[in-house]
Design a protein around this ligand. Structure first.
Ligand code: TYM
Length: 324
C-alpha cells in the first residue's frame, strides 16, 4: 500500500481551495500508512504572533478532524513536535542549491514588496522536502500550486540517493480532477488564498448566508454563455467549483446550464457549496466543545510520527557520515 504524506499551514482560516484541492482526498482515502502534518514551522517564515500561531494550530487540527481525518486510522500531527523535521531539513539544505531555491515562484511571490525577508522563506521548500522524505512517502496529495515544491523534493531525493546511496523514496504528487486550483471569486486570475481580501475567499468557517453572498457576488465574464474556456476565467472557475463539490463533469454542467443565466448558476453553486460543507461545519462546532480530544489526537499522532521519522534519521545519519 502506498505511503502518503501531506501538509498544511496553520495560517488563517481554511478555504474551499484547501478543502477540495487537498483535505477532502486526505479524508476520503485515509489509511494507517497516511501521515498529515500541520506545518507550524512553515508558518513562521513570515512575521507571526506567538499566541495566534498556537491558537491557529489547534483550530486547524479541529477542522481537520471535523473534515473526517480519523486518528484511529491515519496519523495527524504537528510538525514542530517531531524534531527530526528540522534536523533533516539542515542536512537537505546541504544538498539543495541556492539557485534552485531562489527560482521558486512562491519565494518570489511572498517576498515581493517586502523590505526584508527571512532566510527561512528561502529555505522553506527544503523543510517541505524533509516533511515528505522523512516518512518515505510514495504519494503527496496536493493542489496545483504546490507542484513546483514537489518537483524540488523529488530532485533533492534523487540527488541525495545518488550521492549517498539509496535512502529516500522519490515521492509522486497527486492532484484532484476538479478543484486542483480554485481561483479567487473576485480575481479570477489569482488562486483562492488565505492572504487575499476575504470577499473572494470561501471560508469553511463562514456561515451559510456569507457563503451565499460571496458566491452571488463572484465576478463573471462578458457575454451570457455558461461555458468553460480561456476567454471566460470567471465562469470557468465557477464551473470548476461546482464540479468539485458535486462530482459532475464540466461538459455535463455546460449542457445543463445551456440558455440559463449567471444568477441561476450562482444560486445553485451557493446551495451546493453549503450542502457540501454542512456536515463538516456541524462536526467542527461539536469538536470545539472538546479541546481535550483534539490535544489527545495530536499527542498520539506525534508519537507515531516520531517512530517513523527517527528510523529514517538513523539511516540518513549513517549515510552522510554523522556519528550515531
Ligand atoms: P497550504 O497550507 O498553502 O495549502 C494546503 C493545501 O491546500 C492546497 N491549496 C489549494 N488547492 C486548490 N486551490 C487553491 N486555491 C488552493 N490553495 C491551497 C495546497 O496545494 C495544499 O495542498 N507548502 C505547503 C504546505 C506543506 C506541505 C508539506 C504540503 C509543507 N510541507 C509537505 C505537502 C507536503 C503549503 O503552504 O500549503
Amino acid at each position: 500500500m502506498a505511503r502518503v504524506l501531506s501538509g498544511i499551514q496553520p495560517t488563517g482560516d481554511l478555504h474551499l481551495g484547501n478543502y477540495v484541492g487537498a483535505i477532502r482526498r486526505w479524508a476520503d482515502q485515509q489509511a494507517p500508512d497516511h501521515f498529515f502534518c500541520i506545518v507550524d514551522l512553515h508558518a513562521m517564515t513570515v512575521p507571526h504572533e506567538p499566541d495566534e500561531l498556537r491558537a491557529s494550530t489547534r483550530e486547524l487540527a479541529t477542522w481537520l478532524l471535523a473534515a473526517g481525518l480519523d486518528p484511529a486510522t491515519c496519523t495527524l500531527f504537528v510538525q514542530s513536535q517531531v524534531r527530526e523535521h528540522t534536523e533533516l531539513s539542515w542536512i537537505l539544505q546541504c544538498v539543495a542549491s541556492y539557485g534552485e531555491l531562489h527560482r521558486m515562484t512562491q519565494f518570489k511571490e511572498k517576498g515581493e514588496g517586502r523590505h526584508s525577508v527571512s532566510a527561512a522563506l528561502l529555505t522553506y521548500p527544503v523543510l517541505q522536502a524533509a516533511d515528505i522524505l522523512l516518512y518515505q512517502a510514495d504519494e503527496v496529495p496536493i493542489g496545483a500550486d504546490q507542484r513546483q515544491h514537489l518537483e524540488l523534493s523529488r530532485t533533492i531525493a534523487e540527488r541525495f540517493n545518488h550521492r549517498f546511496g539509496d535512502t529516500f523514496t522519490v515521492p509522486t504528487p497527486t492532484f484532484p480532477t476538479a478543484g486542483a486550483r480554485v481561483m479567487d471569486l473576485q480575481h479570477a486570475d489569482r488562486k483562492m488564498s488565505k492572504s487575499l481580501p476575504e470577499a473572494g475567499t470561501l471560508l469553511l468557517s463562514d456561515d451559510e448566508r456569507t457563503t451565499e453572498r460571496k458566491v452571488k457576488r463572484a465576478v463573471t465574464d462578458s457575454g451570457t454563455e455558461i461555458r468553460a474556456g480561456e476567454d471566460k476565467p470567471g465562469v470557468t472557475n465557477l464551473l470548476d467549483l461546482l464540479s468539485a463539490v458535486t462530482g459532475e463533469e464540466i461538459p455535463a454542467l455546460e449542457r445543463r446550464y445551456e440558455g440559463a443565466g449567471y444568477g441561476t448558476l450562482k444560486g445553485d453553486i451557493a446551495e451546493a457549496v453549503n450542502d457540501f460543507l454542512r456536515p463538516v461545519r456541524a462536526r467542527r462546532a461539536e469538536l470545539a466543545q472538546d479541546p481535550a480530544a483534539v490535544e489527545q489526537a495530536l499527542r498520539e499522532g506525534a508519537e507515531r510520527a516520531r517512530e517513523v521519522a527517527a528510523a529514517t534519521m538513523d539511516e540518513v545519519r549513517d549515510a552522510v557520515g554523522l556519528l550515531r
